[in-house]
Write a protein that binds this ligand. Structure first.
Ligand code: PLP
Length: 394
């Protein structure tokens, strides 16, 4: 198919929910994608942080293909050895009590929100059900996770009424203290607000929130859908904040490119979601779980994670030296580039794509979420394009 044919078919058949670039990606290897004409792109986006080991990683592809050829799906009314290996691995590596397998970040967060309310209901009775989230956060596109998202721009009237029982606060201790009340059952935080512009929360703020929450038995839910699975150079970003959440959610990089989500909870919560209180037809799908098991076998390794930190430091240092770059935020391979006033991240991304480099945006910033195993050669090629695009602005 030509690009024009692909685009025309998409326009005629798909809901126009995405502002797509004029590019159709057809294949890939490592951190390099190829379009229908054979043009290659260095990929600093990894499908928005999904392709943890890049495109068509041989070990991952083999694990997935083997599972697809053995048992592609089984109802959650039955056990299967692949899914249970993943749940066991996730629980062991996190030191949490139990996990619920979902299919996406929003679904993992839905489980977290239901779990928090049920724990509070079971423990304290009705009425203590308010969930506090942070301004500038992003937690998903389902009705409830959209409500949880602390951005007015994502709450247009056309989707109302939104779910009740949510409130939003600024990322200051004072704002948090003012927002907490006797009805608060949980607080949700992304430690680095990804969609919000790669904005890390202050460690002191996070620690204070956790201390107050612990004192009042308010559950701390950490949304690691974007920052988890090694993205920031530790398996969970929260390790670098020195906290232990009650609930943590994962998705994106976990499946290496297959739809999957996970909601992990601390031991005290492991029995809360009893039979019939939650479920999913596809959650824990063996093919996605086989992909995830392979990802964990590679990523949950100190040497691999150290490389993520080193690559991130290198990218940060080099990009900070580019003309027009004001600052670079983030940790590991989750980076946000703040540009001089008047240079829009979206325009940089457009020019990068035209020059063979895929980057992401978040608010006004350019956002980078490359595959975690990106090679030095791919980093250098991508950086050369990024530098010439950014420095070419007047
Ligand atoms: C922090 C965070 N939470 C939740 C989501 C929603 O994940 P999904 O698109 O898989 O539903 C995202 C997606 O960008 C995210 O970045």
């Amino acid at each position: 198919m030509t690009f024009e044919e692909i685009k025309q078919m998409d326009t005629a058949s798909a809901m126009p929910t995405y502002a797509r670039y004029d590019v159709a990606l057809c294949s890939g290897s490592g951190a390099t994608a190829t379009d229908e004409k054979g043009k290659t792109y260095i990929d600093f986006g990894a499908g928005i942080g999904v392709n943890a080991l890049g495109y068509a990683n041989p070990g991952w592809a083999q694990a997935v293909a083997k599972q697809a050829a053995t048992l592609q799906h089984v109802s959650n009314l039955y056990y299967n050895p692949t899914t249970v290996q993943l749940t066991d691995t996730l629980v062991r590596l996190s030191g949490m009590g139990a996990v619920f397998m979902a299919n996406s970040g929003a679904e993992a967060n839905e489980c977290a929100l239901k779990l928090a309310r049920k724990y509070s209901f079971d423990t304290y009775g009705s009425g203590r059900n308010e969930i506090l989230t942070l301004k500038n956060s992003f937690h998903g596109r389902t009705m409830t996770t959209l409500t949880a998202t602390g951005q007015d721009a994502l709450h247009p009237d056309c989707f109302g009424p939104y779910a009740g029982g949510f409130s939003y606060c600024d990322t200051t201790l004072e704002a948090f203290q003012n927002a907490v009340n006797d009805r608060t059952c949980a607080v949700v935080m992304e430690l680095i607000q990804g969609e919000g512009g790669v904005v890390p929360l202050e460690p002191a703020f996070v620690k204070q929130v956790c201390a107050i929450a612990k004192e009042k038995d308010i559950l701390v839910i950490i949304d690691e859908v974007q920052s988890g699975v090694g993205r920031t150079g530790t398996f969970f970003c929260y390790e670098q904040y020195g906290i232990k959440p009650d609930i943590v959610t994962l998705a994106k990089g976990l499946g290496g490119g297959l739809p999957i989500g996970a909601c992990l909870c601390a031991e005290k919560l492991e029995g809360v979601m009893t039979s019939g209180t939650h479920g999913s037809t596809f959650g824990g799908n063996p093919v996605s779980c086989a992909g995830a098991l392979y990802i964990l076998s590679q990523v949950n390794d100190p040497a691999f994670l150290q490389q993520v930190r080193q690559k991130g430091d290198l990218l940060k240092k080099k990009i900070e030296s580019f003309r027009h770059v004001k600052s670079v935020s983030g940790l590991g391979l989750m980076l946000g580039i703040e540009l001089d006033a008047g240079i829009a991240g979206a325009e940089v991304a457009k020019r990068c794509v035209a020059n063979g480099l895929i980057v992401l945006t978040a608010k006004t910033r350019v956002r980078l979420l490359p595959p975690l195993n990106i090679t030095d050669d791919e980093i250098n090629k991508g950086l050369a394009i990024l530098q010439s695009v950014i420095e070419n602005f007047e």
